[in-house]
Design a protein around this ligand. Structure first.
Ligand code: GCU
Length: 129
């Protein structure tokens, strides 16, 4: 299959800022979510044909507390309070994967913080088909 990487710093950011002060990220930086419920990053992705896809979210969480996020595809919740547990340091990046179905054409994939701490630092979304 093919894997396409979509950097978080190029996505649509609501209540978050692009930063680059923690090494190990891909591209030119990562998104530091604001400490708020509802802070989010939304990617626009394209798939030539409908079918299943593996989503891979790369993140860092230098705390010991989970930073859960709701994951939606075209507005439909596909992962409720998906866990982003501590990675040990803000410079330690890990990935979480989930399998979704994408229609042909353009889709929006959104990761929205569900706690007052906001999301983890998010590096990118990869879509593997
Ligand atoms: C620290 C860290 C940030 C991170 C923040 C947080 O300030 O430097 O990169 O986003 O903690 O707790 O979310």
């Amino acid at each position: 299959g093919t894997t396409v990487r979509y950097e978080a710093e190029n996505a649509a950011i609501t209540q978050g800022v692009v930063e680059s002060n923690h090494a190990g990220y891909s591209g030119t930086g990562f998104v530091n979510y604001d400490s708020a419920v509802g802070s989010s990053v939304q990617w626009t992705v394209t798939a030539p044909t409908a079918g299943t896809a593996t989503l891979r979210l790369r993140y860092a969480n230098g705390t010991t507390a989970n930073r859960p996020m709701d994951i939606t595809v075209n507005g439909t919740l596909v992962a409720d309070e998906f866990a982003f547990t501590g990675t040990g340091a803000w410079t330690t990046w890990q990935t979480r994967t989930l399998t979704v179905t994408l229609p042909a054409g353009t889709s929006t994939i959104r990761a929205t913080a569900t706690t007052a701490s906001g999301g983890p630092n998010v590096d990118y979304l990869e879509v593997q088909r």
